[in-house]
Each structure stands twice: as C-alpha cells, then as structure tokens.
Design a protein around this ligand. Structure first.
Ligand code: ADP
Ligand code: MG
Ligand code: MG
Length: 199
C-alpha cells in the first residue's frame, strides 16, 4: 500500500529530476516552443518541495491536491494549468484514504489524465504530454516499471509527429522531428513514481 510518505517521495524525487533535466527540457522547448519548459517546471516543483517539507499533508490525496494547486500558481505557461489539473484531479480521485493500492492510483491517474485531455483538448498523437501520460496510466495497472517504460516510449514516439496542440502546433510541418518537451517531462514524472516505489 502507498501512504502519504510515498507520495511526498514521488514529488521530491520528481523535483530533483526536474532540476537535473531542466536545461534539457528547455532545450527541447527551443526549436518547437519558447524555451521555457525547464525553468517553468523547476519553479513549480521547487515550490512543491518547499510546501511539502513545511507542512506535510497526511493523506496521498492531500499531497497531490496541494502539489497541483502549487503547480497551477507557480508554473505558468500551458503546462502549469495542465500539470496542476493532472495532480489535483488525481488527488481528488484518491479521496481521504490514508493508504491506496497501485491499482487505485492507476485508476485515479486515469481520471487525472482525462481531466487534462478535457482542459487542453489534446488526444493521443497530437504531440503533447498526453502521449506519455495515457500509456503510462494504462500500464500502471501492471507495474511501476511498466508505467515508466510506457511513458518513456510515448515521449520518444512524439518525435516524428506533427503537433496539433499548444505552441508547437503553430509550426505545422516544422514541428516534425523534435521530441515534445511536455511528453518528456511527463516521462520524468512517471519515472519519479517508479523511483519512489523502490529499487
Ligand atoms: P508554454 O508552451 O505555454 O510555454 P510550457 O513550455 O511549460 O508552456 O509547456 C509546453 C508543453 O505543454 C508542450 O510540450 C506540451 O506537451 C504541453 N501542452 C501544450 N498545450 C497542450 C494541450 N492543449 N494539451 C496537452 N498538453 C499541452
Ligand atoms: Mg514553453
Ligand atoms: Mg511559455
């Protein structure tokens, strides 16, 4: 079972990998965006880490809803409201339970991903974070490792796609040949989940 401590670890591990990969995320956002994705997320996860240290929420759901709220207020750009919605809606779906199973988390994550799809209007294949999140949520029913692999594959598979949503879509054909920054950061988020679950 996964407790609030596990969810705090998920957020902290993700904050560390966002720090490590910030330059790469911003570099990916340079040819097909406005070169701010790494700095946007770094600002957000720094705020999340600080808040979770200061006042650790008692339930998995509360860890995610607090984190989502902070991402909405601190990340900005397109990804702030989208990631904020993902975590808030996933957290809300977990309810007030003090421990949840991986299967329950998989179900909640699907709810969160659906909310992101509704907010951003992106479908799989549109070259967005959805391309990493949808396969990850599906694979999480099997294992953390399967979710990590599915998210990474989904992110890599955005390269040959033409963007249909977000800033990259303004480039039309010229968005082809570049990996989507948001799908890449979503793979980091899911990798953080696998890391938090242990070696
Ligand atoms: P901005 O594009 O406003 O500068 P970011 O650079 O932080 O915001 O985030 C860009 C990422 O957000 C993209 O790589 C893409 O994955 C994701 N994104 C943008 N628009 C959408 C959307 N409508 N639905 C889902 N994801 C989106
Ligand atoms: Mg950007
Ligand atoms: Mg921007």
């Amino acid at each position: 079972m996964l407790d609030a401590e596990f969810f705090r670890r998920w957020m902290t591990v993700t904050a560390a990998s966002v720090d490590r990969e910030a330059e790469r995320l911003t570099a990916l956002d340079s040819p097909i965006g406005d070169a701010d994705h790494g700095t946007n997320l770094q600002r957000g996860f720094t705020a999340v880490r600080a808040a979770l240290e200061k006042e650790p929420p008692a339930t998995p759901g509360a860890v995610l809803t607090l984190s989502g709220r902070l991402l909405i207020s601190s990340v900005g750009g397109a990804s702030g409201p989208l990631y904020g919605t993902l975590l808030r809606r996933t957290g809300k779906a977990l309810g007030a339970a003090t421990e949840v199973s991986r299967e329950q988390l998989a179900e909640a994550l699907r709810t969160g991903v659906d909310a992101v799809r509704q907010l951003g209007g992106a479908a799989p294949g549109d070259k967005t974070m959805i391309d990493a999140l949808v396969p990850a949520a599906d694979a999480l029913g099997d294992s953390f490792a399967a979710a990590r692999a599915a998210a990474e594959e989904g992110a890599v598979a955005t390269t040959p796609l033409r963007a249909r949503k977000g800033r990259a879509s303004y480039l039309g054909e010229r968005s082809i040949g570049h990996q989507d920054p948001g799908a890449t950061s979503s793979a980091l988020l899911i990798a953080g989940l696998a890391d938090a679950s242990g070696p």
